[in-house]
Design a protein. Structure first.
Length: 597
């Protein structure tokens, strides 16, 4: 009899063990703008299994705020054992969704988990068949964030609305970008799982992968790592950049057949339908640290050499799967901008389809841009003017002398077409030069005057700096962001001036208001004017039709400091008015602030 009962109990246990659990675990800080994870126990599978867990299963979770009724449908993904960043697991029964709530209070959630051929890229709610934990429900309570300062979790999603600038959804603050365009293969890091070089244009040692050894000293106790201390170089590099006051990093999520050939999210260099769970979980650690540091994630989805790689350049299963996986794993980050491609050669119709797909799949409505070849701005951007799923430029400009005019052009044209773009400068030429190391060009005069101030004074949304291939710590090979330490300082001075002294979201390019031919002017008519004099000297400001008295103050864009009085302390409206001479060198660049009392 005892044997009988033991047999029945064992049989029952084995039967129960074979049935997928519907347990779901909520983890993370339950605060506004913080990442909250829900992990479900589902089918036991692996990166190599059939059905394909990335392609033939689809997890979507609907989150609804109980008080307002606001809903978000968030895509989820296969997470192997749920701790793959540390275990390197390729199999398991964990499925996960990330959510960044935009309000405190109670949130209810319901999981949709379905299976079927290519269901991951099928948007039909009833496609395939329900399976596993489909219908699992729960709720959790969110309290206000406790973060302050640079941390994006203090400010919310970075969004494009009706302005020429991105702004934080939580605080409404406008955002001006300053950061690194190099190395574009930032994620080609030697301590990420399954990351190796496939013969790209790089002179780096260690199989062509980044180590960022000069930045290991910038890692701090308490910062994240994985697998017992990996990641200190890349985490330290981000710490350094944020410590210089920068707020953005441009990086490729895939460079197969491109210049670097070491960044790919898949299980192998040739694979297109299966993703490396542990590698992407390690990327997630790095991107999460970027949120905490206040660094925008400028995610470039492809480059010119591979923009025909997925589906022959079309929006097919490969591209949809790749884009969805990026959104599911990284879309919850607060500072994401999706870039449809570097030096993009897809057709206009394809670019519009790509933009539409991101906007339809990304519940957080992150901005979408595209990068161009120099001198292809009109061909790429003109057909996109007024297209509401496309948000701005990612300008590559070979000649610094046209940065200002191109910025003004796209600010003006986008406004005229009813959808204001944010106009960013993301790469400067010549290709062999870009931003030189400080050792070769400490003051970066041309870059500072024509690139940095040229964009900002044209109503631009900010800059990211590319490092030319003819100098040490070049683009693909950059190991040390300190090589341009002074360029970060010069950039920070410009961004701080705009944030501290100008209502820049209300100002427009107005170069015609000054008599000089080489200066730049931004204006909020009748209230405040900013004039940048790249070669010093003076100019007249046209205040015709404007009444009142205006204080005239000078700012040193090379050294910073307080606003100073020049030879003219104030002017009155009613005509052409000289702003006088600067308080220092009359041949160096200055910014003049003319503000109504």
């Amino acid at each position: 009899m005892k044997y009988f009962f033991r047999t029945v109990l064992l049989s029952s246990f084995l039967l129960l063990a074979s049935i997928p659990s519907e347990a779901n675990v909520v983890s993370g800080e339950r605060k506004t703008w913080h990442r909250i994870d829900i992990t479900f126990d589902g089918p036991q599978t692996s990166e190599t299994a059939t059905p394909n867990p990335f392609r033939d299963y689809r997890l979507n979770v609907t989150f609804q705020h109980r008080e307002t009724g606001r809903k978000y449908v968030i895509p989820g993904y296969y997470a192997a054992d749920g701790n793959a960043a540390n275990t390197s697991a390729a199999s398991g029964n964990k499925w996960r969704v990330h959510f960044a709530p935009d309000d405190d209070g109670v949130w209810d959630y319901t999981a949709s988990f379905r299976t079927g051929t290519d269901i991951a890229v099928n948007s039909g709610a009833s496609a395939g068949v329900a399976t596993g934990f489909n219908g699992a429900k729960g709720s959790f309570t969110v309290v206000p964030t406790d973060k302050i300062g640079r941390d994006f979790r203090a400010r919310g999603w970075l969004r494009h609305t009706s302005s020429h600038f991105l702004q934080f959804a939580g605080t409404g603050e406008p955002f001006l970008k300053g950061g690194a365009d190099s190395p574009e293969n930032f994620l080609g890091y030697f301590e990420f799982d399954n990351t190796q070089d496939y013969g790209g244009k790089t002179n780096l040692l260690a199989n062509g992968l980044h180590r960022y050894e000069p930045h290991v000293r910038d890692w701090r106790s308490g910062d994240p790592t994985w697998q017992g201390g990996k990641g200190k170089g890349i985490i330290g590099a981000l710490n350094y950049l944020a410590g210089k006051g920068m707020n953005s990093v441009f990086f490729l999520a895939m460079n197969v057949n491109g210049d670097g050939r070491e960044v790919y999210p898949w299980t192998s260099y040739a694979e297109r339908y299966r993703f490396d769970v542990s590698k992407l979980a390690q990327w997630e650690i790095v991107l999460s640290h970027m949120d905490a540091l206040g660094l925008m994630q400028h995610v470039v989805t492809q480059e010119q050499e591979n923009d025909q790689l997925l589906d022959g350049g079309a929006l097919g299963v490969q591209r949809k799967l790749y884009d969805r996986e990026l959104i599911a794993r990284f879309g919850h980050h607060l500072g994401v901008v999706w870039n449809l491609g570097e030096e993009n050669t897809n057709t206009d119709a394809q670019r519009k389809q790509f933009a539409d797909f991101f906007k339809s799949q990304d519940p957080y409505d992150h901005p979408v841009v595209v990068h161009t070849y120099p001198n292809q701005y009109d061909a790429v951007y003109n057909p996109l003017l007024g297209y509401r799923t496309f948000d701005g430029t990612s300008l590559q400009i070979a000649s610094l002398g046209v940065v200002h005019s191109e910025t003004v052009k796209w600010v003006t044209r986008s406004a005229a077409n009813g959808w204001n773009w944010f106009v960013s400068l993301d790469e400067i030429g010549p290709a062999g030069t870009g931003v030189k190391p400080d050792a070769d060009d400490f003051w970066h005069d041309a870059v500072r005057k024509q690139g940095l101030w040229g964009n900002l004074m044209g109503g631009g949304a900010g800059v990211e700096w590319y490092f030319g291939g003819s100098y040490p710590n070049a683009d693909l090979d950059c190991e040390d962001w300190r090589s341009r330490d002074h360029m970060w300082d010069l950039t920070r001075l410009a961004l701080d001036f705009f944030h501290e002294h100008l209502p820049f979201t209300e100002m427009v390019p107005a170069d015609s208001l000054t008599s000089a031919t080489t200066d730049y002017c931004l204006a909020k008519a009748g209230q405040v004017y900013a004039v940048y004099l790249p070669n010093g000297g003076t100019t007249n400001l046209n205040l015709t039709g404007v009444s009142g008295t205006f204080d005239v103050r000078w700012f040193d864009p090379r050294n910073g400091g307080d606003l100073e009085v020049g030879t003219v302390a104030a002017v009155t409206g009613g005509g052409q008015r000289s702003i006088g001479q600067p308080p220092g060198s009359t041949t160096s660049d200055w910014v003049v602030l003319v503000r109504r009392r």
